[in-house]
Ligand binder design. Structure first.
Ligand code: BG6
Length: 487
């Protein structure tokens, strides 16, 4: 391959002189170049982190009194996971957490977002806590702090105790919302001396629709729209109750907020009218979670659109749901809705994606770096948010090991470089993004894809559990060290 390239390259250069032409212009002398500008930086104190979740990495599903979760059940159901795997062992992180904290340190990352498995803490979802349930997270948090890495804990990254699904129908019941708050309060009581920031629920927009609407995530239900909207409402209620429980049981000053895969709305062409249309779309297409959480109201548009399928709620519930947050986490991967302005209601029109629109190696992950600019900018404006974290961003890639033993994930680096450049553009304009968590620290159990898709900075061999840094580790380490994207 290399030889072939060299020959072609040589022939091309030889061709230039045979034709009597000068070789391609040599770069100008350094002295003649304009002074090189320092790369555009992120704000001082910007928090650089990376992220994982419990079921995707921990393994040890039967250890130390852990209960069963809906994802254990789902992954063990034939036909649900692309490569027929489960996360029974996954990255064996439960036993290898020290090594994994070492990987974060090697990156120079200042923060780590992980999730706590509810069924480890309350194996039955409610009732008596498992005495050993939080010990693992105690050890993990101590190890992180020892290495100068700030822990950010997510309380719900989809692994609902199976017992709650069996007994209550999971999030179909507001009893689950209350159980979630009890669990959140218990965790905050125990960990908030060292964990200063908690994310409540991760990606409501995904786990409710995929798990309760389309049946392709756990618990695998296909509920009609009215019931599905009620599930959304119960999760929003669970979030609000958890915020209150953390304030009641955690140390003063503990910070809390959601981590949502916001419906990413972008102006197709950035005219003032289309930007306004993208604001309206952001508000309306996120009404069922971020909207109600941040305003205490469902929008008129949402209520008239859902009509008889609208969720049932009380004013008291709306007040709980809108308990003030300290930050909002936005998971940003792909542009979802490119919009233009229209004169009639609702004020925006969503454009269809051409089939030729580029994407990464999962088809849903369309490439739209400006998502990292528009989404936080519009969210901050629409809901008046003053602290945003990009709680996830990253991509799956092919990640083969090259003959020399390295993984040259140039496509991931391309993706990250371009998204981060747009994020930098946002922070330079004053959009209040305070930190960024790259998904993911290492390859892991990617839900319905099993181990087929790799999102990690570190490649994991799931037979030997060996982790090797991909080239993107060097890229991200350099970004973190400079607090800027290098040239
Ligand atoms: C988000 C989740 O949806 O994106 C992560 O919060 C997930 O848990 C990641 O791993 C990638 O998604 P997927 O569906 O490709 O595994």
């Amino acid at each position: 391959m290399f030889g072939k390239f060299s020959r072609r390259h040589f022939a091309k250069l030889a061709g230039f002189s045979a034709l009597g032409m000068a070789s391609p212009a040599k770069p100008a002398d350094d002295a003649a170049r304009p002074a090189r500008q320092a790369p555009a930086s992120f704000p001082d104190g910007f928090i650089w982190g990376t992220a994982t979740s419990a079921y995707q990495i921990e393994g040890a599903v039967n250890e130390d009194g852990r209960g069963r979760s809906i994802w254990d059940t789902f992954a063990h159901t034939p036909g649900k996971i692309g490569d027929r795997s489960t996360a029974d062992r996954a990255n064996d992180h439960y036993h290898r957490y020290k090594e994994d904290v070492g990987l974060i340190k090697e990156l120079g990352a200042k923060a780590y977002r992980f999730s706590i498995a509810w069924p480890r803490v309350f194996p039955q979802g409610t009732g008596a806590p498992n005495p050993k349930g939080l010990d693992f997270y105690d050890r993990l948090v101590d190890e992180l702090l020892k290495n100068g890495i700030e822990p950010f804990a997510t309380l719900y990254h989809w692994d609902l105790p199976q017992a709650l699904q069996d007994r209550l129908g999971g999030w179909r019941s507001s009893e689950t919302s209350r159980a979630f708050a009890d669990y959140a309060g218990h965790v905050a009581e125990r960990l908030s001396d060292r964990v200063k920031s908690f994310f409540t629920v991760n990606e409501v927009g995904r786990f409710v629709n995929f798990g309760y609407g389309w049946g392709i995530d756990a618990p695998g239900l296909k509920l009609p729209q009215g019931k599905l909207n009620q599930v959304h409402h119960n999760v929003a209620l669970g979030h609000g109750l958890a915020v209150q429980a953390i304030r009641a049981k955690g140390r003063a000053g503990t910070k809390v907020g959601p981590a949502e895969n916001i419906a990413a709305c972008l102006p197709a062409i950035a005219t003032p009218e289309n930007i306004r249309a993208a604001e309206i779309a952001t508000r309306e297409l996120n009404a069922s979670f971020l909207g109600v959480v941040l305003t205490g109201k469902y929008t008129d548009g949402f209520l008239s659109y859902t009509g008889k399928n609208a969720p049932k709620f009380t004013d008291d519930e709306l007040k709980i749901i809108a308990s003030p947050n300290d930050f909002v986490g936005l998971n940003i991967y792909a542009p979802q809705y490119y919009v233009v302005a229209i004169d009639k209601a609702p004020g925006f029109k969503v454009l269809p994606f051409p089939t030729s629109f580029p994407h990464m190696n999962v088809d849903w992950l369309r490439i739209g770096p400006e998502t990292a600019y528009w989404v936080p900018r519009l969210a901050a404006k629409v809901w008046n948010i003053d602290t945003i974290y990009i709680s996830e961003n990253g991509t799956s890639a092919d990640d083969k090991i090259a003959a020399d033993g390295n993984v040259y994930d140039l496509d991931r680096i391309m993706y990250l470089r371009n998204y981060l450049a747009q994020l930098q553009r946002a922070t330079s304009e004053g959009v209040p993004v305070r930190g960024y968590f790259l998904w993911s620290l290492m390859d892991n159990f990617e839900w319905i894809y099993g181990f087929e898709k790799r999102f990690g900075l570190y490649r994991v061999d799931f037979d030997t559990q060996r982790r090797i840094p991909k080239l993107s580790v060097s890229f991200y380490r350099d970004v973190i060290a400079r607090n800027a994207i290098g040239a």
